[in-house]
Structures are given as structure tokens and as C-alpha cells.
Design a protein around this ligand. Structure first.
Ligand code: PMP
Length: 449
């Protein structure tokens, strides 16, 4: 029963595990965009297991592919060849531009970023790395150093040799730029990365340069990591032009550019398959996880042959990386993204959803900002629209629980836990969006009463 499980949880599970909502939900089943609790009650899942369930819970096609492989071969480790890993590696590289041709399979986003750190350090012979404040790149002992989001850091977990640059957040950042920033859309139609450059972009690049020139031992930059749209940090979109200029600056200092696509990849942003493509840049290393396996533990790092060549300086090994089942699942996810036209769905539903959220923002005093691209959306709640004081944790919980009580599950993020995150399985429909909007209004009516 629910209560028995809570007891076991208290006694036998990691006490630091966070659950969503004031009272954790017990989930028994999932089908496509729906989750079902122990009573059979269904919920519209607008968070997809933290942006992981890309094509739908228990998608029949992906399940079939997993089952077929399950009955053929589970595991050999990479000391032998098996057909699936080769097919999968080829298929992944077909989605990537430029010279991004060499794939390393691992099992989680943290592992992927660990490996990317190692690659950059080996290739450049330098040690120092720059990430953006408010970024989340993992929680392994190595990658937690890249994670600059205050909530997740604790004492000794700070990264040795990792420096943080100011976060180019148009809503809360040092130089705002909110009003002149097209990317920080007011209307969905303005929300693409087209249009003029944001004036704040250059200021943030100047600040990055200050970190590069003052904090890094001269000529010893290994890499710069960035999420094309920040996820855990609260669906933060950078000012238009920032990432392109930042990459140019980093390269001028001899560093590699790493795009962490753990949340923004696999067509979620709609216009492009990869988030970085929306910034008109090509990274040297791309890390990916979550959506790649639709919830199956699977992740990868992709880089260029030149960078991969220096990896032979270190024998790199990963027991489960690219195992036959995860490769079969990954291939199937790529097939389904095409067949079910999920990227196109993000492209169509994203602006529709964002427009509706913008109407809500205009109507309610506690909605400070709405933003995002495709089906990677966020709604920032505030106590006061003018001062942008973040909503109190109690009120936030009221909204979050209220949504759940009416059958809609959203995520939460941001420095103050003040952002509702909407990143559903990419199979949701227009009717689902309408349902979510109606529920959101009902909850906000009550909270703002
Ligand atoms: N990078 C990003 C952008 C993430 O959002 C996460 C997980 N939230 C990670 C890396 C780490 O992934 P994992 O939890 O699979 O280690």
C-alpha cells in the first residue's frame, strides 16, 4: 500500500531523494502522455520523468524493439562487436552537423559530461573549464563540479578547475535585457531566435571574457560547457547571439565548446533536432541523455575524429555503454521520432502552448514570465511582477499540488524553485494543451483569489 511504501522509503532509500509535490505520487503505469496512480486515476504528464520520456511512456514500438532484443542478446560488454551498437552510432551521427562523427556510449548524463570533461582536457592539454551559473550538468563527483546551480552544490563538491561565468538570463540576469530581447518572447510568434541581436548578449560575453582572462591560467582553457536552453535552471533561454559569440570567444582562448543536449535535444525545440542549431553554432563535443532512450538508461558523447584520436591516450571503457538492449531502444526512439513526427508536433504545439501561456501571464499577477521553444517551456511565478520577487515556496507548492490534484503534472526548477517546467512526452495533442491551460487557469484563479 501507499503507506507501507512510504515506510520502506523512509527506512531503506536514499533520504536525499526529492519527490515532486508535498505528498509524493505513487505511479503504477504509464502509457504515452498519461501516468496512472495506484487507484487507476490518470494524470497528464507534462514533465515526462524530467524530460526523459521523449516519444511516450511504454511506446508500443519502442517496447517491441526492446522485447525483440531482450530475447536475442542482452549483454556482452564492448569486448565483442554486436550489430546494434554500430547501427545506432551511425544513426546518431546522421542527425549531427559538421565533423561530429565519433560516438561514445555511456549510461547517464552525468557520465556523458564526465567523459566530455576528460576529452577536452586530453585534447587541449589544459585543465580549466568554464560553465554558466545556474547550469546543471550532472551529480557525479566529477560533473557536479560543472553544475553551477547553487541548490545542487555542497561544500566539497565544488569543481576543482571549474569557473563560472555570469548567467545570461534575460529575466533574472545581471543585465536583464528583457525588454529588448526578442528571444525572451512576449508572444509565441516572437519566440524564435530570429530577429535582431539582444543588446545584453555582448555584455554577458564581455563578462565571460573577463572570467577567461582573469581566472584561467594563461592559455590553459580546456572547455566551455553550456545547455542550449537551461533545463533544471528554469527553462532559461539566452539572449539572441550570446552562444555564438561565446563560442567564438572560447575558441579564441583555445578551449573546446561543449553543448549539453541532455534536455534540449531530439527535436524537442521543434525547429531543430538539436538545441545548439537554434544558436547557429557547431560544438566540438555534444553530450546527450534522457530523451535518447525514452526513459531507458542510455547516454552518449559525440565528438570529432581529431578529438577522439587524443582519447586513445587514455584507455576508456564503459561496461554497459551501448549494450544491445539500450542500442535497440535508441534506434527505435530515432525511428519513432520520424514516424510519429514528434519534432513537427513540437514545432506546431510549442507556439500554440506558449501563446496560451502568454495570455495567462497577462491575466494573472503572479505570472512573471513565460518562455521556451517547442515543447521545452517554462512559466515563472512571482510575488510581484514589477520587482520580480520570486513566488514564496508555500504558494509555489499550492500551485504545483493544485495542478496535480486536477490531473496535470508539471516539473519545477529555477534558482528559487519558482519556475513551472513543461517538457512533456513529445506525443501530446492540442486537446492536452487545452486541458492543461484550463487546469492552470483554475488553479491560478484559486491562488490569486
Ligand atoms: N545535463 C543536464 C542538462 C541535465 O538536465 C541532467 C539531469 N537533470 C544531467 C546533465 C545529468 O543527467 P543524469 O541525471 O542522467 O546523470
Amino acid at each position: 500500500s501507499y503507506d507501507e511504501m512510504k515506510e520502506v522509503r523512509k527506512k531503506n532509500l536514499n533520504p536525499a531523494l526529492v519527490t515532486n509535490f508535498s505528498k509524493p505520487l505513487l505511479i503504477h503505469e504509464g502509457h504515452m502522455q498519461w501516468l496512472f496512480d495506484e487507484t487507476g486515476r490518470r494524470y497528464l504528464d507534462l514533465f515526462g520523468g524530467i524530460v526523459t520520456v521523449s516519444v511516450g511512456h511504454c511506446h508500443p514500438k519502442v517496447n517491441e524493439a526492446a522485447k525483440e532484443q531482450l530475447n536475442k542478446l542482452w549483454h556482452t560488454t564492448n569486448i565483442y562487436m554486436h550489430p546494434k551498437i554500430h547501427e545506432f552510432a551511425e544513426r546518431i551521427t546522421e542527425t549531427l552537423p559538421g565533423d561530429l562523427k565519433v560516438v561514445y556510449f555511456v549510461n547517464s548524463g552525468s557520465e556523458a559530461n564526465d567523459l566530455a570533461m576528460m576529452m577536452a582536457r586530453l585534447y587541449t592539454g589544459s585543465f580549466d573549464i568554464v560553465t554558466l551559473r545556474n547550469a546543471y550538468h550532472g551529480a557525479s563527483p566529477y560533473s557536479i563540479g560543472l553544475t553551477a546551480h547553487g541548490t545542487w552544490k555542497f561544500g566539497f563538491a565544488n569543481g576543482f578547475g571549474v569557473h563560472n561565468a555570469s548567467n545570461p538570463d534575460p529575466y533574472r540576469g545581471l543585465w536583464g535585457g528583457y525588454r529588448d530581447c526578442v528571444v525572451q518572447s512576449v508572444r509565441a510568434t516572437e519566440s524564435t531566435l530570429e530577429g535582431g541581436e539582444c543588446s545584453s548578449a555582448q555584455k554577458y560575453v564581455d563578462q565571460l571574457e573577463e572570467v577567461l582572462s582573469y581566472s584561467i591560467p594563461r592559455g590553459q582553457l580546456a572547455a566551455f560547457f553550456a545547455e542550449p536552453i537551461q533545463g533544471v535552471g528554469g527553462t532559461v533561454q539566452f539572449p539572441l547571439g550570446y552562444l555564438k559569440k561565446a563560442f567564438e570567444k572560447v575558441r579564441a582562448y583555445g578551449g573546446l565548446c561543449v553543448a549539453d543536449e541532455v534536455q534540449s535535444g531530439f527535436g524537442r525545440t521543434g525547429d531543430h533536432f538539436w538545441g545548439f542549431e537554434g544558436h547557429d553554432v557547431i560544438p566540438d563535443i555534444v553530450t546527450m541523455a534522457k530523451s535518447i532512450g525514452n526513459g531507458f538508461p542510455l547516454a552518449a558523447v559525440v565528438t570529432t575524429p581529431a578529438i577522439a584520436a587524443t582519447m586513445s591516450k587514455a584507455l576508456h571503457f564503459n561496461t554497459f555503454g551501448g549494450n544491445p538492449i539500450s542500442s535497440a531502444v535508441g534506434i527505435s526512439v530515432l525511428d519513432v521520432i520520424k514516424e510519429d513526427k514528434t519534432q513537427e508536433n513540437c514545432q506546431v504545439l510549442g507556439p500554440y502552448f506558449l501563446n496560451k501561456l502568454a495570455e495567462i501571464r497577462d491575466k494573472y499577477p503572479i505570472v512573471g514570465d513565460v518562455r521556451g521553444k517547442g515543447l521545452m517551456l517554462g512559466m515563472e511565478l512571482v510575488e510581484d511582477k514589477e520587482t520580480r520577487q520570486p513566488i514564496s515556496p508555500q504558494r509555489m507548492m499550492e500551485v504545483w499540488d493544485g495542478l496535480r490534484d486536477l490531473g496535470v503534472l508539471m516539473g519545477r526548477g529555477g534558482h528559487y524553485g519558482q519556475v513551472l517546467r513543461i517538457k512533456p512526452p513529445m506525443c501530446i495533442t492540442k486537446e492536452d494543451v487545452d486541458f492543461a491551460i484550463a487546469v492552470l487557469q483554475q488553479v491560478l484563479d484559486k491562488t490569486c483569489d
